[in-house]
Design a protein around this ligand. Structure first.
Ligand SMILES: NC(=O)c1ccc[n+]([C@@H]2O[C@H](COP(=O)([O-])OP(=O)(O)OC[C@H]3O[C@@H](n4cnc5c(N)ncnc54)[C@H](OP(=O)(O)O)[C@@H]3O)[C@@H](O)[C@H]2O)c1
Length: 281
């Protein structure tokens, strides 16, 4: 039985992706923000898919200490139940913040959640991924096309705007994934970015206020159901041999920003992430 670890697996795209993997007979390990949402999601999966093999771990991924704790639990579980092998890691948890807010470590919260949490989680699960020639799927966004990297103000502390910060974290995530692929080229593990499109979820209504909430409430009505992008994750995870592309939307390889192809920028983001997470790949 193959295993997928999915962050942000309690609602929206992450939950739909957990459902899609479970319905194909994969073991699903979900990560959710707290015990209650994890238990609710786990029970819902059991009801929807009889015999689903699911496990959930709670962690507030804003905090690096919690990312590490959760990854250690997942890693122990994989060693016990899956011979230490992880076929797919889906770094999907994400969010929006209306105003500039920092974590205990001093990082802007979108930067911490949308970028650093996935980097650190990947690092902690690397041995299990290597053991299975695994794949790492990052949830990206088409919005990355509307920004360039801002190395002079990486967390947008000087000129914060919530949507600019969101796009920026998605672009940086792609640059990290590009550098990751270069770094692990010879080790048969590979990163991909999934653009889910506009999806009708509540993402813009959590930890946000006023205008951001209002706009998202209207905008999300034009979005698709999360079950649609879930198919892209499953396809990228299951295809044999491993797909050659990098950026996928609705199961197809798609063009992406030239800024996300810049090798120097990718290397810079990779080492910045290592520094901010206190790790070395
Ligand atoms: N919706 C779209 O149109 C769209 C478009 C492009 C990209 N995306 C990306 O898709 C991903 C999923 O978003 P979504 O639209 O499905 O929204 P969502 O329903 O809010 O899902 C986000 C998931 O991340 C979890 N999460 C948020 N903050 C967390 C934290 N601090 N610690 C642990 N887990 C946390 C959420 O937990 P809770 O259930 O507890 O909130 C939820 O499970 C995000 O990366 C987002 O940027 C979405």
């Amino acid at each position: 039985m193959k295993t997928a670890v999915i962050t942000g697996a309690t609602s929206g795209i992450g939950f739909a992706t957990a459902k899609a993997f479970a319905s194909l007979g994969w073991r699903v390990i979900g990560i959710g923000r707290d015990e209650r949402s994890c238990e609710r999601a786990r029970q819902e999966l059991q009801v929807l898919i009889s015999g689903a093999q699911t496990e959930y771990f709670a962690a507030d991924l804003i905090h690096q200490s919690e990312v590490v704790k959760a990854a250690n639990k997942v890693s122990a579980y994989l060693c016990e139940a899956c011979e230490g092998k992880l076929e797919v890691l889906v770094n999907n948890a994400g969010g929006v913040r209306s105003v500039y807010t920092t974590t205990a470590e001093g990082y802007e919260q979108q930067f911490a959640l949308n970028l650093l949490a996935g980097v650190l989680f990947t690092h902690k699960l690397l041995d299990c991924l290597k053991a299975a020639n695994g794949r790492v799927l990052f949830t990206g966004s088409n919005s990355h096309k509307h920004i360039r990297p801002r190395f002079d103000d990486i967390m947008l502390e000087r000129r914060y705007h919530c949507l600019t910060a969101y796009k920026h974290t998605k672009l940086l995530g792609m640059l990290f994934a590009q550098a990751f692929n270069r770094r692990f080229e010879k080790e048969h593990i590979r990163a991909y970015v999934v653009d889910p499109g506009l999806v009708n979820t509540k993402i813009g209504m959590k930890q946000t206020g006023g205008l951001v909430r209002f706009v998202w409430e209207l905008r999300r009505r034009g979005g698709c159901t999360p079950d649609l992008p879930a198919q892209t994750y499953v396809q990228l995870a299951s295809a044999a041999p491993a797909p050659e592309g990098f950026y996928y939307y609705r199961c197809l390889e798609r063009p992406y920003s030239r800024f996300a192809k810049d090798e120097q920028a990718a290397a810079r983001v990779f080492s910045l992430c290592e520094r901010y997470c206190g790790i070395r790949f």
